[in-house]
Design a protein around this ligand. Structure first.
Ligand SMILES: Nc1ncnc2c1ncn2[C@@H]1O[C@H](COP(=O)(O)OP(=O)(O)OP(=O)(O)O)[C@@H](O)[C@H]1O
Length: 452
């Protein structure tokens, strides 16, 4: 049989990879970059172990290879558990496309700020999130009037961003002329720093103090950023006085945030504070069923039950497990049986139970041995590069291999602040993208710590 007779459909993998790269929470590339480059890529076909993408020109092809091939391949491997190669096909331009190229389209407001899938319709309400979800629906129906401000808090992957953006999408649909701004606390901080540098603080103030709805994600990032807190405090007062809606999200109750000014803390606590809990088994099943329908796929109830039983951590992990099962079924062109689902997910639930067994102390011991330094050095205040770099690696690995929060990790490293831990994690993650040696070292250490 000729090679071309085989058909491998990797479309679902491609969709999963692009939605991950596009997700601002993953912090892989900026939204602007994504819109610029990835909008030019289309899934074309699949060959054995190869995804073929179509691109409009050789130039775009070269740029994609240079800039994003590595990221794409890494994400494919993470999702599928094996490597696939990328190949490109240059598509023929038709007349319409040529004309369109000349028109520079301004990005749609909603597309750049809000993910269109994050709607209330796509959000499954269970006992764990009913209070928060209903409050958000009430806010979206009556912005500035019902609960102002509102703060949604809860652990990783439980739907905070989804709810926050659903408010934005719903207000956008109902009140066409409302100015809605969605921003992560990190971007708000960066924009503010930039505004100071460029002497454009007036412009910054105008942008944020004239909105109808302000949605700020992950306010725990403001910890220790005193000037940004000050600016936010004044923004808050201006919006509050003119009855404009504000909604915030945070990874913990505001009372547990250290190094936030008291007056800002009291502002966050002033309105409604609602929490999100992990979903129950029944809600996990309902979420999985909704996601299956959203993707236009079919998965048996038996398999849904197995996923919901095995993945109990959060909704993000639940979705990842579902993608794995669907991808498998599409690749082998068979329905997934109970036995196959169990074996496909054994790795994922093993990760969860592994996470519970690994201690930060073990990580510190292995990292200190590897770099030939004293274990205690990782916990003291020394800042020399010979100590601080291994310390950052150990913090990164602690986040990867344990379920401790960044605050708890900071405590274990000599009482450091959680933002220091977040900085260390981000630094190692971004360095690993360009430094293959560092990538190998961390991989080696992770394997050793896991005893593999
Ligand atoms: N109740 C739900 N119904 C449907 N999908 C959900 C629900 N809760 C969470 N999700 C999905 O789970 C994924 C993670 O949710 P989201 O990003 O909103 O979590 P988060 O709490 O903001 O996490 P993080 O703290 O890591 O930013 C998203 O794809 C979201 O659509």
């Amino acid at each position: 049989m000729a090679d071309t007779d085989y058909s491998y459909d990797y479309k679902i993998i491609w969709d999963a990879v692009t939605s991950k790269i596009k997700d601002p929470n993953e912090d892989l590339i900026s939204t602007e970059e994504y819109n610029l480059w990835f909008s030019q890529l289309e899934y074309h076909t699949g060959k054995e172990n190869t995804i073929i993408l179509s691109v409009p020109s050789a130039f775009i092809k070269d740029q994609i290879i240079q800039r994003y091939k590595k990221i794409i391949e890494t994400e494919i491997e993470k999702i599928l558990g094996k490597k696939l190669s990328l190949d490109f096909e240059i598509r023929q331009k038709n007349k319409e496309e040529k004309i369109e190229e000349k028109i520079i389209k301004l990005p749609e407001r909603r597309r750049t700020l809000l993910k269109k899938d994050y709607t209330f319709d796509n959000f499954v309400i269970g006992e764990n999130n009913a209070f928060a979800a209903n409050a958000c629906i009430a806010i979206a129906n009556n912005p500035g009037k019902s609960y102002n401000p509102c703060l949604i808090y809860g652990g990783v992957g439980l739907g905070k961003t989804h709810l926050l953006q659903s408010i934005g999408n719903k207000v956008h649909d109902t009140f066409e002329d409302y100015k809605i701004v969605y921003v992560t606390a990190e971007n708000f901080t960066n924009e503010f720093i930039q505004a100071i540098q460029n002497r454009e603080t007036e412009k910054f103030k105008r942008k944020y103090r004239t909105v109808d709805v302000l949605l700020i994600d992950d306010i725990h990032f403001f910890v220790n950023k005193t000037e940004t807190q000050e600016e936010l405090f004044h923004t808050f007062n201006a919006l509050y006085d003119s009855e404009k809606q504000m909604v915030f999200t945070c990874d913990r109750p505001v009372s547990e945030l250290k190094n936030i000014s008291d007056r800002l803390r009291s502002r966050f606590e002033r309105g409604l504070n609602v929490d999100l809990q992990p979903p129950s088994f029944e809600t996990r099943c309902a979420i999985l069923k909704r996601k299956v329908i959203q993707r236009g796929k079919q998965v048996s109830d038996e398999v849904i039950n197995i996923i919901a039983e095995k993945i109990t951590t959060n909704v993000r992990d639940l979705e990842a497990a579902l993608i794995k099962v669907i991808a498998y079924s599409e690749l082998v062109k068979k329905q997934v049986t109970k036995e196959i689902a169990e074996s496909l997910l054994s790795d994922m639930s093993k990760n969860v139970s592994d996470k519970k067994n690994i201690t930060i102390e073990t990580i510190q011991e292995k990292v200190a041995n590897y770099f030939n330094i004293k274990q205690n050095d990782l916990r003291n205040k020394k800042r020399t590069r010979t100590i601080s770099f291994p310390r950052q690696i150990a913090m990164y690995i602690s986040r990867e291999l344990t379920e401790f929060s960044t605050t708890e990790i900071g405590e274990a490293f000599g009482g450091r602040d959680h933002t220091t831990v977040m900085y260390a994690i981000q630094k190692i993650e971004s360095k690993m993208k360009t430094d293959p040696t560092l990538h190998k070292i961390t991989e080696h250490l992770i394997k050793e710590i896991k005893g593999e």
